[in-house]
Structure formats: C-alpha cells, structure tokens
Write a protein that binds this ligand. Structure first.
Ligand SMILES: [Fe+2]
Length: 287
C-alpha cells in the first residue's frame, strides 16, 4: 500500500490517499499516518466506509481510548455521537431536546477534552451520514497562532494556567443543560496556555471554549485575555474548513488545533458523525 499526501492549507493539514481503514492497518502504514499527524495536526482520509468496530480498532493504534462523559448521547461508551438521530430508534430528535442543545456547544472553538485533567491526544471523526449543506468542521492551527504572537505576549503567557470545565462551555449555550451530577463528573481542571509537543518540541497556544479564566487573575482580566487570544488564533489565515462527504475520516491533534462545527438544518437533514478520542498521556500542569 503506497500512501499519497496532499496539503490542505499552507500552514497545516494533509489529505492522505491510498489507505484502507476497513482492513487492519499494518505498522508501516500506521507509522506514516502517525508521523503525518504529528507534523500536520489534521489528517483527512476520504472514502473510508468504516463501522464502529473498525473505527475503534484503528483508533487504538494511537493509544488508549477515552470514555465519553455521560452528558453525551453516547455517554459511557468509546463514542462521542454527534447526530440529530436518536441512538436507539434512529428517529430525528426535535431541536428543543436537551441532546440537541448539548451539541450546540460544538459551534464554539474548542479542543476536545481539555476539561479533563489529562486532556485528549487526538480525535477521530467519521462521517456516517452527512447533510448536503452545513455541518462543516472548521479547524484553526494553534501552532500558527503561537508563532504569530508578539514576543511580549509569548513571555506574558509562558507560565500562565487557565481553568477549563465542561460546565463553563455548556453554560455559554444553556446553564441548565448539564445536571449537577454531570457537572460533578468533570470538575474544573487546570491547563497551561502554552502546550509543547513532546515529540517535535513545537509550541501551541492552548485555548478553548472550555477555558473560563486564568488562574490567580481576576476573572474579567483573564476572560479578556482568553477572548483576545482566541480571536487571534481563529483569524482566517490560520483556519481551514472541511465540507463533509460520507466516508470521510478526519484525525486531529487536540494539542495543536481548535475546531468547531457549523450549523445545519437538523429538521430537514439527517446527520451522524461518530467520534472516538484518544487519551493523552500526562496533564499539562504538574502539581
Ligand atoms: Fe469537538
């Protein structure tokens, strides 16, 4: 199997051709995919009609899988389900349903699981049912964002730590969408603002909609800094948008990119995206 590579954006992202994820992926091919992931932060593979078991098998090559928080429609499993279809009946869920409101937080720029003490390494999103319009995924390079900061700002944020929580990012949509038990499941955690890739040493500006404020700073001051840094990180020059086709699989580096979903007509169209998430290996803040 010979792989082909095509850049998606001048700063990040690559499309890999020639792989077949419906079959076991050998170590040589996986080595090339893994290296591309470390280098380019976002990897697109098209025409991969995988099922859940094949997705889990491929995901495991990157490392141990996370279990999804209970608030997700597929809570407690290896999948984070992004869909307007009921997981049991396949019937379209009404827009006012809590499960649909929960998913609206995906419209904010974020990195997956930064609300966990050990944040995720990467996510793999498989397009199973894709609407013909809307429901895109946009990515922003946090390495490009870091490199584009002034030296003064780099120094200012070098040792800063932000507090992240699922409760905060969900409160931006609806403060009542999480139950008290769901909030207690994932209490606030601390993450460094500058995250270093342990393999190549490249630095990323680790912001996310899960980040509420800066530790040891007045809330409003930290909030203003996070808003400024997020606006900087998501300027059009650092962004790439993907319009999904059924069978697409995207792997992204949660240490190095932000992502968000764009809206779609959830009454008119059916959408099913299955995400698996690979756990990271260490916290960004050491006690
Ligand atoms: Fe996400």
């Amino acid at each position: 199997m010979t792989l082909t590579f095509r850049k998606l954006h001048p700063l990040f992202g690559v499309e890999i051709g020639g792989a077949d994820l419906t079959r076991p992926v050998d170590a040589v091919v996986f080595g090339e995919i893994r290296a591309a992931f470390e280098e380019h932060s976002v990897v697109l593979l098209r025409d991969q009609p995988i099922d859940d078991a094949q997705q889990v098998a491929f995901t495991r090559l990157f490392g141990p899988l996370e279990t999804t928080v209970s608030a997700n429609p597929a809570g407690g499993t290896a999948f984070a389900r992004q869909s307007n279809l009921d997981i049991n009946t396949g019937v379209v869920i009404p827009p006012e349903d809590r499960r649909m409101i929960y998913q609206k937080a995906n419209y904010f720029w974020h990195t997956d699981s930064s609300f966990k003490k050990v944040p995720a390494l990467c996510s793999l999103l498989s397009g199973r049912l894709c609407p013909p319009e809307g429901g895109d995924t946009e990515f922003a390079s946090l390495r490009a964002a870091y490199a584009g900061l002034s030296e003064a700002m780099k120094q200012k944020i070098e040792t800063l730590v932000a507090e992240h929580s699922l409760a905060y990012s969900r409160s931006l949509v609806d403060p009542t969408v999480l139950t008290e038990a769901q909030k207690a499941e994932v209490p606030p955690v601390q993450q460094r603002l500058v995250r270093v890739n342990p393999i190549n040493g490249r630095k990323a500006l680790y912001v996310s909609s899960h980040a509420s404020h800066i530790v040891d700073q007045p809330f409003a001051e930290g909030r203003a800094l996070l808003d400024e840094l997020t606006a900087h990180a998501t300027q059009p020059a650092f962004c790439w948008s993907h319009q999904w086709r059924q069978g697409d699989l995207i792997i992204w580096d949660n240490r190095a990119v932000l992502h968000r979903a764009t809206p779609y007509d959830a009454v008119k169209y059916k959408r099913l995206m299955q995400r698996t998430t690979v756990a990271g290996d260490a916290p960004t803040v050491t006690p």
